[in-house]
Design a protein. Sequence first.
Length: 462
Amino acid sequence: MMMPQERYVKLKQYLSEENPVFLEVIEKYQALDKVAYSLGLLSPEETYTSQISWWPMISVLGTFSAGKSTFVNDYVGQVVQQTGNQAIDDKFTVMCYGSNTEGVTLPGLALDADPRFPFYNISDEVNKVDPGEGSRVNLYLQLKTLKSKRLKGKILIDSPGFDADSQRDAILRITSHIVEMSDLVLIFFDARHPEPGAMRDTLEHLVATTIAHKDANKVLYILNQIDTTAKEDNLEDVIGSWQRALAQEGLISGNFFGIYNEDAAITVEDDTLLKRLKGKRDSDHARILERMDNVGIERAYRIIKTLVDRAKEMKEEQIPLLQERLQQIRRRVWWCNATALVLLLLIGGALEWQFHLFNSDIALGIGATVAVILLFVVHLKAGSFFAAKEAKQWRDNAPDISRAIMHNASWWRLLFGFSKTGWNRSAKSKLEKLITQGREAIQQLNDQFVSPSGSQGESKKV
Ligand SMILES: Nc1nc2c(ncn2[C@@H]2O[C@H](COP(=O)(O)OP(=O)(O)OP(=O)(O)O)[C@@H](O)[C@H]2O)c(=O)[nH]1
Ligand SMILES: [Mg+2]
């Protein structure tokens, strides 16, 4: 396993050539990790740099036979993916650049075990929703490397079509992971079946999750195979019913496109009709390609935004929650201590009353020492008992909180309090600094990419 230190160095080497902004950004991630180590939210071998994709990542999702693989092949300029009119793809294919002229296909395990890819430890995630399936990660994922200029410095993912009956939890989990990690998500629909029935599942699972996504602009909704509307010359109707179906799922505004693949398209006899279809296709296709080619810019923003969000979450949610839970544990421990003290005094009083046990200074001293030792034992036992109990409650839903509770429930913190000690105040001020610096880094990116006139065409590529 790659340790954080090694990972920072690798990331810096790889990314600083691309854009010097990344050097600082990686250092900020390092600082964020440090705060998390001190709070116990991360274990020493973990790092937030492995929870995001440093590569720009584009994913292609959608209904089956919509033409996803055909589109992907066209984009990379090679036939990497099989296509056909029945459900073809049964796994997610992660594609990246490789210098071998002969492409290489590697099993899903290659992705699961490699911290440079955004699927590191995906088997654990799959196991959470579908116990046991994680070990069969090869059934769900594969990695293909190919020598395609378009893929340089990018990750492109082709996915299996959504099928009404056979959607496994594992596939759904991987899909939402992909949507989460991607800088650009292309959701393909099939113009041959634009009505709600045929894409019910896709609508429910993809549209619903992407609408809810905080960064909705990264999702492109693509009606593919619009050449097929030539048969009845009803492009507008088909697009209309498609958008109505999307609106029914709550998607009113969004990035909508209509395209087809020229090699796979049917022959259109009518010239004016062909021109109209091709006009729509060419302009929409060009807009999609522009977003795909510029995905490096979106990635730069995403990486910084994730840092800011993470720091905010830590400061505004995790620290207060942790503080509250630890206070609670501390209160319980003090009640135990108080009860023990009362019991000891009663026992001591009874012994004195019955046997006059504490009639000398030495006896009194021994008695007091025994009492203090007993109280300390009670304090330790109660502390670890209540901390373990509390940690267990958070283990499944918030493992980082659970770990932090155990990390912080040391006897001296339980004795002297948390809110009073400086640790959380200093953590909070470090996080505040990171948040401000993150915002500055975003401005720095704006300076690089945004031209004052606001026109997109003048922006630089990362
Ligand atoms: N008419 C027409 N046919 C297309 C177009 N794009 C793809 N096809 C055909 O549609 C069929 C399905 O294409 P694929 O690319 O395999 O679709 P997919 O979405 O990858 O399908 P799964 O991987 O099975 O989910 C193939 O026979 C393609 O030749 C298009 O724009 N127009
Ligand atoms: Mg396919």
